[in-house]
Write a protein that binds this ligand. Structure first.
Ligand SMILES: Cc1ncc(COP(=O)(O)O)c(C=O)c1O
Length: 362
């Protein structure tokens, strides 16, 4: 049976938020629109979208914001404009940056900018990593938290040092804030303190916030106006963005308020995971409400055990498992959200125990 079928037959979920049907989403969205007298936008103009842009700009402490259909379009355009401003095409990015790994070389094929890797692949980059680059840079992108390495964050002091150095060196510092909401909870700081010192930022509305898609670019008014023109050029000027904005706007406040609870649940999970000394977690202690768990088996064994857990117990533990560097090792990403909050420690312990037993026999 394909995994999507198996997943849909499960009653218990571990990572993120239990799946919702399209009908559930649209019903909730319709009710919210009725309650708030929402009208569609027209090419991104209208009260709904402008209010939402102003709200997020104020939350993060930026002058202006633009709702955009994807983060992929947002960030490459933002870096393009930043490089134009500095008259320098070089952008420093961590080797695991989304732009480098998952965007089909858009920066290159669309002639946006020239990337330069900064730092080591398995840890957040530091100001010393940046100083070690002898070239003059136009921009640098920092992802908070760094998803591909288990949601690691630099220390607050390290982040401050990077902000100060970029400012001093006239390097445009851009924030990949796909999971900024989670990072702020991890630092226990307000969103505007985390974003302060960045020249521009992108945030996402379909990961922790649970929208249908969509992103926002934040920066100075002039930067946003020029970026918006470029995104229009690239086909980003969607006629009505209201479905995406509604799905995001109706959940933002509630989800932001839940982030500290997700972090606490992550701390609980770390405690429960100490029962499995053969499994390893990355990072060693939670930085925010996500983590990687490394299992001492290959990928096929982990997939077989996951599917068996679903068949035997109706529990869906994870979606994707990835190969690790060693042959008998693989890892999963867990996002700690509503799904884990809905389970007691005892239930979590039972599920992990069942999975451990299946790993041993798969
Ligand atoms: C860290 C990071 N940056 C950027 C993106 C791109 O966002 P979008 O899917 O909206 O293009 C993602 C998406 O997963 C991401 O995880």
């Amino acid at each position: 049976m394909p995994n999507t079928n198996l997943r849909s037959q499960c009653h218990t979920f571990f990572s993120a938020t239990p799946p919702r049907s399209a009908a559930q989403d649209f019903t909730e969205m319709a009710a919210w629109c009725e309650a708030h007298d929402i009208q569609h936008d027209s090419y991104g103009e209208g009260k709904l979208i402008q209010d939402f842009e102003n709200k997020v700009a104020a939350l993060l402490g930026f002058e202006a914001a633009r709702f955009v259909i994807t983060g992929t379009m947002t960030q490459t355009v933002a870096l393009r404009i930043a490089c134009q401003d500095k008259n320098n095409r070089l952008v420093a990015l961590h080797p695991t940056a989304h732009v480098l790994l998952h965007e089909s070389s858009n920066y290159q094929l669309l002639d946006h900018f020239t990337p330069l890797k900064v730092g080591a692949p398995y840890r957040p980059w530091t100001v010393d990593d940046l100083k070690a680059i002898p070239d003059r840079l136009g921009a640098a992108l920092y992802e908070l938290p760094m998803r591909e390495i288990g949601g690691q964050l630099p220390t607050w002091e390290e982040l401050d040092a990077i902000k100060a150095y970029c400012h001093e060196q006239n390097i445009h510092l851009h924030l990949d804030g796909a999971r900024l909401w989670e990072a702020a909870a991890g630092y226990d700081k307000p969103l505007n303190s985390v974003a302060a010192g960045f020249d521009s930022a992108y945030v996402s509305f379909y990961k922790g916030i649970g929208g249908l898609g969509g992103a926002m670019l934040l920066g100075s008014r002039d930067f946003i106006d020029r970026s918006s023109e470029w995104m229009k050029r690239m086909g980003g000027n969607v006629y009505q963005r209201s479905p995406y904005v509604v799905a995001a706007a109706m959940r933002l406040d509630e989800k932001l308020a839940r982030m500290p609870a997700y972090l606490q649940r992550t701390r609980d999970l770390y405690q429960l995971l100490t029962r499995y000394p053969g499994w390893q977690v990355n990072p060693q202690q939670p930085h925010c409400n996500m983590l990687h768990i490394y299992f001492p088996v290959n990928l096929d064994t982990a997939n077989t055990a996951r599917d068996q857990l679903a068949k035997d117990h109706g529990v869906w533990l994870f979606g994707r498992v990835s190969d690790a560097a060693l042959p008998q090792q693989c890892y999963i990403e867990l996002y700690v959200g509503e799904a884990l909050l809905a389970l007691s420690d005892e239930q979590v312990g039972t599920i992990l125990g069942q999975f451990q037993a299946l790993l041993a026999t798969s």
